[in-house]
Design a protein around this ligand. Structure first.
Ligand SMILES: Nc1ncnc2c1ncn2[C@@H]1O[C@H](COP(=O)(O)OP(=O)(O)OP(=O)(O)O)[C@@H](O)[C@H]1O
Length: 308
C-alpha cells in the first residue's frame, strides 16, 4: 500500500507580476524516487525552494506527511532533508568529522545514526579521509548522508548530478535507489537531463513554463504496452495516397513530411501495411523501424529537446 509522503496542492508562485508556478498538483509516495524534469527556466528550482521552505508559497500548499508548509511549518519541515545548493563541508575535516559536527547541531541524533547514514551512501572506506580529497561524487554522497541524519520522510535533491562525470552519476544512482528502499523515504530529484536520472526514478513528472505537462511511471504497464510499439518510417510515392490508405484500411494516423510517413505500430503488422500499399500501386523505397524510447515520448510531450 502506498502512503503519501508529500503532496503539492495547486501550488503557485508569483514574483513581481510574473506567474512562475501556475498551479502544480501531484503526490509523491514513501519509498518512491520521483524525477522532476523540465527544460531550463521551467520552474524546478522555484518549486523546490517552496517545498523546502526557502521561498514563500503564493497560493496553494505543500503538505509533508499531511502537515502544511504554510500552517504547520515546523512539523512539516522536520520531515524534509534537502540538498538545494552545494552542501557546506569543511575540506580540512574528514567526512565523519563533518557529519558529527553537523549532527551536534541537531537535537537527538545518535552516534549510531551517523554510522548508519555513512553506510547508506556507501562511504565507509573513505569516511576517515579529509573531504578536500573527495571526488565530487563522494561529496554529493556525503551531502546526502548529512541530509538524512534526522531521518526525514522526504529527501529533495536539486540537480544532484550537476557537474558529475558518468562514474559519479552512476555512484549517486546506485545509492539513491538503495536508500529509498532501505529508509522508505520519498526521494525527489530535479534535473534537466532525463537520460541521467531516468534509470533511478520510479516515476517522472515533467514541468514546462510552470505547469505540469505529465507524470509517467518509468516501468508501468502502459509503458510496457508502449515499448511493444515501434516508430515506423516509410519512404513512399505518392505519400498522400499512402497516408489515405493507412487511415482508411488500418486506422493509422501517420505524420507526413516530404515523401516520408511516420507512425507508431507493432512491428508484426508491417507486412500487412506493405501489402495494402503495393496492392494500390504505391511505390515503397524504404521501411525503417525503431523503438520509441522514453526520451522520444518526452520530446513529444514538451515539444522540444530537453536533453543537452
Ligand atoms: N527572483 C526571481 N525574479 C524573477 N524571476 C525569477 C526569479 N527566480 C526565478 N525566476 C524566473 O522563473 C522561471 C523559473 O526559474 P527556475 O530557476 O525555477 O527554473 P528551473 O526549472 O529551475 O531552471 P534551471 O534548470 O535553469 O535551474 C525562470 O523564467 C526565471 O527567470
Amino acid at each position: 500500500m502506498s502512503e503519501t509522503a508529500m503532496e503539492l496542492i495547486d501550488l503557485k508562485k508569483t514574483i513581481g507580476k510574473k506567474e512562475i508556478i501556475k498551479g502544480l498538483s501531484f503526490k509523491i509516495n514513501k519509498g518512491e524516487v520521483f524525477g522532476f524534469i523540465g527544460p531550463n527556466g521551467a520552474g524546478k528550482t522555484t518549486t523546490i525552494r517552496m517545498m523546502v521552505g526557502l521561498m514563500q508559497v503564493t497560493d496553494g500548499d505543500v503538505q509533508i506527511l499531511g502537515n502544511s508548509i504554510k500552517n504547520d511549518f515546523k512539523e512539516a519541515i522536520k520531515e524534509v532533508g534537502a540538498i538545494v545548493e552545494n552542501p557546506e563541508m569543511y575540506p580540512f575535516m574528514t567526512g565523519e568529522q563533518n557529519l558529527k559536527h553537523y549532527a551536534r547541531m541537531i537535537p537527538g541524533i545518535s552516534k549510531e545514526r551517523v554510522q548508519e547514514v555513512i553506510a547508506l551512501v556507501g562511504l565507509e572506506k573513505v569516511v576517515k579521509e579529509k573531504v578536500g580529497r573527495y571526488s565530487l561524487g563522494m561529496r554529493q554522497r556525503l551531502g546526502i548522508a548529512q541530509a538524512l541524519l534526522h531521518k526525514p520522510s522526504v529527501l529533495i535533491l536539486d540537480e544532484p548530478t550537476n557537474g558529475l562525470d558518468p562514474a559519479g552519476i552512476k555512484e549517486i544512482r546506485q545509492y539513491i535507489r538503495r536508500l529509498a528502499s532501505a529508509e522508505g523515504v520519498a526521494v525527489i530529484i530535479s534535473s534537466h537531463l532525463l537520460s541521467e536520472i531516468e534509470l533511478m526514478c520510479d516515476r517522472i513528472g515533467i514541468i514546462k513554463n510552470g505547469e505540469l505537462v505529465a507524470t509517467q511511471s518509468v516501468n508501468d504497464s502502459t509503458d510496457a504496452e508502449q515499448q511493444r510499439l515501434s516508430q515506423i518510417k516509410l519512404e513512399v510515392t505518392p505519400a498522400d495516397k499512402a497516408m489515405e490508405l493507412l487511415t482508411s484500411h488500418h486506422d493509422i494516423n501517420a505524420e507526413i513530411s516530404n515523401e516520408s510517413l511516420s507512425f507508431q505500430l507493432e512491428k508484426e503488422k508491417i507486412p500487412m501495411i506493405i501489402e495494402t500499399l503495393v496492392k494500390h500501386d504505391v511505390s515503397i523505397y524504404q521501411v525503417g523501424a525503431s523503438n520509441a524510447t522514453l526520451e522520444d515520448k518526452f520530446f513529444d510531450l514538451i515539444g522540444e529537446n530537453i536533453i543537452e
